[in-house]
Design a protein around this ligand. Structure first.
Ligand code: CP
Length: 308
């Protein structure tokens, strides 16, 4: 039984296979139209989501399967005090695969320990968001043509941004990657990511507080939202929320082939005038998320060869 709880649950080879499969799905969608016929995905979302939940559901529907689930804890028996383990055990009687988002770190891991169907972590607290990482990797591969030899800038809330933590870990597995980490002092990448990934693997990185002096060095600029829901103090959120607002003026010195990613939702951190710049790929990224989740579910269900 395979689950995806942490990005490191997949080997580099498996990740490359998932990305290759997603690219084959993009090229030959009709081949996969019935690959999950008769299968059911349960989306158990204890925390709000637009892209992740709906892309999982769209992915299963495009594979010919069905979906069930809930989109908030209040709409489930969690509101009556049911544990994650009991809910997962119950849902495993109705579905073939689970995608779970939960505000508590480790909740999808707990679910995976109580069921005999694959569980996919669709975001747990400030910890990990491995399917966003797969989405980001596919977006970079599709738009830059490679996953190595890149200078990658992460900008914004690098402390609470779980997509940042997952992507740093994963990109660190590819050759000749360098990171520029742009954030206020209070929102720097946590020490454990630096110690366990960057320093341990000797990955070059620098931490800066301003975007403009470094933007010209970047191949990828990964913007993030300041995560209001993870702050203990509203005053700190208000002070920090608009630290970086990417606009066309700030892109003046950026490379012409820079790619701008954002896991979305956006609040203020990218001006809408940037949306029509060819370097902005964050809405393409949304669609790549659906394709990569199709590929992931096929792999976890062992159905990748169940094609027309
Ligand atoms: N990127 C992402 O996780 O978006 P949602 O919160 O809308 O799922």
């Amino acid at each position: 039984m395979r689950h995806l709880i942490d990005p490191t649950d997949l080997s580099l080879q498996e990740i490359d296979e998932i990305l290759d499969l997603a690219e084959d799905i993009i090229q030959h969608r009709e081949k996969y139209a019935e690959a999950c016929k008769g299968k059911k995905l349960a989306t158990l979302f204890y925390e709000p989501s637009t892209r992740t939940r709906l892309s999982f559901e769209a992915a299963m529907l495009e594979l010919g399967g069905s979906v069930l689930g809930f989109s908030s804890a209040d709409a489930s028996s969690a509101a009556k005090g049911e544990s994650v383990a009991d809910t997962a055990r119950t849902v495993s009687k109705y579905a073939d695969i689970i995608a779970m988002r939960h505000p508590k770190e480790g909740a999808p891991l707990v679910a995976s320990q109580h069921v005999n169907i694959p569980v996919i972590n669709a975001g747990d607290g400030g910890h990990n968001h491995p399917t966003q990482t797969l989405t980001d990797l596919l977006t970079i591969k599709q738009t830059k043509g490679r996953l190595n030899n890149l200078t990658v800038g992460f900008c914004g809330d690098l402390k609470f941004g779980r997509t940042v933590h997952s992507l740093i870990k994963q990109l660190s597995c590819y050759e000749n990657i360098r990171f520029i980490l742009i954030s206020p002092q209070e929102l720097q990448v946590p020490d454990y990511i630096k110690e366990e990934t960057l320093l341990k693997k000797n990955i070059p990185f620098e931490e800066v507080t301003e975007m403009e002096p470094v933007i010209g060095q970047l191949d990828i600029l990964y913007m993030t939202r300041v995560q209001r829901e993870r702050f203990f103090n509203e005053a700190d959120y208000i002070r920090l929320k608009d630290t970086y607002i990417l606009n066309l003026a700030k892109l003046a010195n950026a490379k012409p082939d820079l790619k701008i990613l954002h896991p979305l939702p956006r609040v203020n951190e990218i001006a809408t005038e940037v949306d029509s710049d060819p370097r902005a790929v964050y809405f393409d990224q949304v669609e790549y998320g659906k394709f990569v989740r199709m590929a992931l579910m096929l792999k976890l269900l062992g159905l990748e060869n169940n094609t027309k």
